[in-house]
Design a protein around this ligand. Structure first.
Ligand SMILES: Nc1nc2c(ncn2[C@@H]2O[C@H](COP(=O)(O)OP(=O)(O)OP(=O)(O)O)[C@@H](O)[C@H]2O)c(=O)[nH]1
Ligand SMILES: [Mg+2]
Length: 228
């Protein structure tokens, strides 16, 4: 076990992958510290992965390396969402400074939240500077996963139904920042106004993840909250 952790520490990405799988099987745990973690959650299809793909180059351009855990509710092999994420994040695959790992919501011996925390510690051990966890905010286990994050970003789309769903799932409660993505679509401003009305102190930003508009402002807000 010590060997594989040494390899992880030496920057061996295959060892990192293997160690994360061992973590999922509950046979490895690490006590290492955790680099700063941004949690990105929200209802299906609101643009979370697109937003992550837009945040990565901004972090890379500051010289930071980035680790991403994408928690996928569908089957690890047949999941359409996973395939979509791969395509969206593809342009970072050649970059050694970016490590992306998908995890299925099922199949972790000790539970999803501990397996995710282990993956994040292993990524930290591997020298990745900034960590991102993407999870679909639909239930308790997802809320738990995102609770490891230093800053929680809840993403909504331009439909208030998303907001209602997020409120029901208890995700809006843990949001440090709420993002209304797809701001290019009708309805986005209404969602923002509804969010501000229901909780006046709430930090609400608008983004167009596909064009990158608003993403630098989001990163600045994340940095302020993370105290970095
Ligand atoms: N019009 C518009 N479409 C967007 C925007 N951001 C993302 N999309 C599109 O929305 C769809 C879903 O994007 P994803 O990034 O996969 O959304 P997600 O929240 O990660 O989805 P899941 O992980 O499956 O829950 C894709 O077709 C994106 O191209 C945006 O700002 N405007
Ligand atoms: Mg996604």
């Amino acid at each position: 076990m010590g060997d594989i952790l040494d390899s992880v520490r030496d920057g061996d990405r295959q060892a990192l992958s293997r160690a994360i799988s061992l973590g999922e099987q509950g046979v490895v745990s690490v006590e290492a510290e955790m680099a700063p973690v941004v949690g990105i959650t929200g209802p299906p299809g609101v643009g979370k992965s697109t937003l992550v793909a837009a945040l990565i180059p901004l972090m890379r351009s500051r010289g930071e390396t980035v680790g991403v855990v994408a928690v996928d509710p569908s089957s690890p092999l047949t999941g359409g969402a996973l395939l979509g994420d791969r395509i969206r994040m593809q342009r970072h695959i050649e970059d050694d400074g970016v490590f992306i790992r998908s995890m299925a919501t099922r199949g972790h011996l000790g539970g999803l939240a501990p397996a995710t925390a282990t993956a994040l510690r292993l990524m930290t051990l591997a020298g990745l500077d900034k960590l991102i966890v993407e999870t679909v905010g639909v239930g308790q286990s997802e809320v738990e996963v995102v609770s490891v994050a230093d800053v929680v970003v809840v993403v909504l789309g331009p439909s208030w139904g998303d907001g209602v769903q997020a409120e029901k799932a208890g995700v809006l409660e843990i949001a440090d920042i709420v993002v209304v993505n797809k701001a290019d679509r009708p309805g986005a401003e209404e969602v923002r106004n509804a969010l501000r009305e229901s909780s006046p102190g709430r930090h609400v930003l608008m983004t167009k993840a596909i064009t990158g508009e608003g993403v630098a402002e989001l990163l600045a807000a994340i940095d302020r909250l993370a105290g970095v």
